[in-house]
Design a protein. Structure first.
Length: 218
């Protein structure tokens, strides 16, 4: 039995090395620590698995499962799914899906899906940010576009469209090319739309034509 546990620990350790995680541990459960004489359990790790897209291209998606806790930054060369908790920054070459908790900044070249997530930190995404009604964000967000249906305390700056859906609550400013605010959405802040596209010559002073020698009446 002891050899079996050692083999399992070694296998999980090798998987952890492959995905670049060395400090993953279970989330706190309130259970007392095992006696010092007991054999220490092996630590869980994040797993990665090949995923085939509809176009037939293969990519790797890394996972941090529910009940797992990571203290430290994480970098993924592909897509990443977080169902546990991370205290540290997350950076991905692909898209990120989060249903767990993050205390740290998030950066990705793809999209960001926040589904019942809790995030405390700034967000920088090349694609679109999708925020469902059960998500809470404390921090600023920058992206190509954003669909907000949850709660957010922080400023939004997007290149294209910002959509505040009916359940959205935003405490912060919005800068976007276009902004849509659905009925029911709440916001405390300012909105700047199409900044730089409004030319000063669109608002010329009013001049009156009057007979020569007679000043125009005020």
């Amino acid at each position: 039995m002891k050899n079996g546990n050692e083999n399992a620990r070694q296998a999980l350790k090798e998987i952890g090395n492959l995905v670049g995680l060395t400090s993953v541990k279970p989330a706190e459960t309130g259970v007392a620590d095992a006696p010092a004489s007991a054999e220490p359990p092996f630590s869980p790790v994040a797993f990665s698995a090949p995923v085939t897209s509809p176009s037939g291209e293969k990519s790797t998606t890394s996972f941090l499962s529910e009940g797992m806790y990571l203290e430290g930054s994480l970098v993924s060369s592909g897509d990443f799914e977080l169902h546990g908790e991370i205290q540290g920054n997350i950076e991905s070459e692909g898209s990120i899906t989060i249903t767990g908790k993050v205390v740290g900044n998030i950066k990705a070249k793809g999209n960001l899906n926040l589904l019942g997530a809790s995030v405390q930190g700034d967000i920088e995404i090349k694609g679109t940010i999708f925020v469902d009604r059960n998500t809470v964000i404390i921090g600023n967000a920058g992206a190509k576009s954003i669909n907000l249906d949850g709660r957010m305390k922080g400023s939004i700056q997007v290149e294209e469209m910002a959509v505040l859906k009916s359940n959205a609550i935003l405490v912060g400013d919005v800068r976007a090319d276009k902004t849509i605010m659905n009925e029911g959405a709440l916001m405390h802040g300012s909105v700047v739309v199409s900044e730089g596209k409004i030319q000063p010559n669109l608002f010329e002073k009013v001049t009156l034509r009057c007979p020569a020698g007679k000043p125009a009446k005020a």
